[in-house]
Design a protein around this ligand. Sequence first.
Ligand SMILES: NC(=O)c1ccc[n+]([C@@H]2O[C@H](COP(=O)([O-])OP(=O)(O)OC[C@H]3O[C@@H](n4cnc5c(N)ncnc54)[C@H](OP(=O)(O)O)[C@@H]3O)[C@@H](O)[C@H]2O)c1
Length: 264
Amino acid sequence: MDLSGNIVWITGASSGIGRALAVECARRGATLMLTARREEALEATRLACERPDAHRCMVHDVTLHESHAGVLEAILDTWGRLDVVVLNAGIGQRASIEETDPAVERQIMEINYFGCTEIAHVVLPHFVERNAGHLVVTSSVMGMLSTPRRATYAASKHALHGFFEGLRAELHHTHVDVTLLCAGYIQTDISYHSLKGDGKGHGAMDEQHRNAMSAESFARQAINAVARRKPVVFIGGPERFAPMLQRLSPGLVRWLLPKVITRD
Ligand SMILES: NC(=O)c1ccc[n+]([C@@H]2O[C@H](COP(=O)([O-])OP(=O)(O)OC[C@H]3O[C@@H](n4cnc5c(N)ncnc54)[C@H](OP(=O)(O)O)[C@@H]3O)[C@@H](O)[C@H]2O)c1
């Protein structure tokens, strides 16, 4: 589906899913504002996109709430409007609750939860005023269930569902859409960047991610779902059916989870 003429802001565009979403959106004709903390990696994303000169990069940390308005302002100054925001920046976890410093739990919530909701607050008036716009959120299968050593991460993604499902209901009388992308295992550096209990990086690639669906396949399916204005979509390998299994047989899933995922 064609995204020509659409202005799209993607957070966490410097690697993995964010980069693949950028390349896919550009391939379909969108013009992009790419944000993340690593400037060189952001530039690499821009150069990987079709029509690289059409797009802009801005260094931006999703935990610095006062900086969000500046990104929107730059978008409006450059293109006059914003059509789609992809709230994708996120961080994983590789530690049990017992091992995790509460300060690290707050850090994960700051990035994964407030790093999406605070940007939603900033762009929402623009979308409502135009009666058009699309909030796309990169959630996870872990937004529907929780596993050992990912509890805080799962909590941050569950919280996104509470916020954005409620927001969608509040916007039912408008043409502003909300899509939750629930990713299964996708081949990115997420495990490498994930936080251990002391806040240090995990620094290793997990087996599940090494052999998972490519970020490019994820991006194609995700953008198809966005173009069809789907409210929620599950994308990945067989693990994407886990929330459905949990609803059908919660006892079975509760019994299985500690056995399936026991280590990093
Ligand atoms: N890969 C999977 O299996 C999987 C599964 C389910 C959901 N997800 C979700 O997919 C999203 C993207 O993750 P990924 O798999 O592509 O991992 P990734 O390669 O580690 O990418 C994470 C992105 O988030 C950005 N980011 C992290 N902290 C940030 C901050 N404070 N401010 C701004 N940007 C920040 C990083 O950019 P900088 O470091 O340059 O800031 C990077 O671009 C996340 O929300 C993740 O939870 C991934």
